[in-house]
Ligand binder design. Sequence first.
Ligand code: CP
Ligand code: NVA
Length: 306
Amino acid sequence: MKKDLISILDLSKEYIESLFEIARAFKKDPFSKSTALKSKSIALVFEKPSNRTRVSFEVGMVDLGGHAIYLGPDELKLGVRESVKDVGKVLSRYLDGIVARTFSHKDVVELARFSSIPVINGLSDLLHPCQGLSDLFTIKEKFGEEKVKIAFVGDGNNVLNSLLSGCSVLGKHICVATPKGHEPDKGVLKKADLIAKKSNAMIELTNDPVKCVKSADVVYTDVWISMGQESVRSKKITAFKKFQVNKKLLSHANKGAIVMHCLPAHRGEEITDEVLDGKNSVVYDQAENRLHVQKAILLKLLSKKT
Ligand code: CP
Ligand code: NVA
């Protein structure tokens, strides 16, 4: 069994399905395992702000009988006040797990390498596996075993890289529409394509949002300006102009298609208020599911009994 959760590409279909089963049970009965992580502590080592990831992991630990310590950008100053290696080695002497939100993906990988306790990637500039897993859980909750087409329109960044990874492992159909130069990470795509050959997943890339959304059951977007990208804001806004998820674009999707967004949203940029607040939107269910899936991840990695 894996010690850490860094990338969905490291997981098997069986592992993901067992996570979903645990998450489903937590959604039905949130306090069914209220002593499973008794006396266990984790730290949230966060270099960037967070609402969903931080709160779901903190509440999740309490629900499971454990405790979480938030170490924000001003506490640790990862790699500046202290090396990533020393942070990992020292925290391993106090804690039972770490959730890390870093700028550089290398930092979360290095933290996992030097920690003897599980390290969970709570978002890096490359990946957001906890989000990707929750999103696939939400899609399964809405569509069951039905075959669905997932259309992602927008920036080929961390959220998409993980969604795409999950689709490849679970054998799903995903179409990705990005402006030229904003495609998903090449390394992630290469591995996902290899896995897709065995899982029968279908991964399509295009620069045409309308073509991508045609006959989709899920329309997903993420912000155009991710955390840390503020300096390239105006350039990106211009590049992404035709990639807004609005009523007109959504009209090309299947009737009853669901609209997903990892949140936070930059309303009026990558998505309109009308769509985000519309009847097809499942964004708050999606946000809620972060809690149930995070608890499943914690239980699986931190408790010896699962
Ligand atoms: N979707 C997500 O990870 O949200 P936060 O950045 O608020 O944690
Ligand atoms: N792509 C976004 C996701 C936030 C959850 C970012 O990195 O800021």
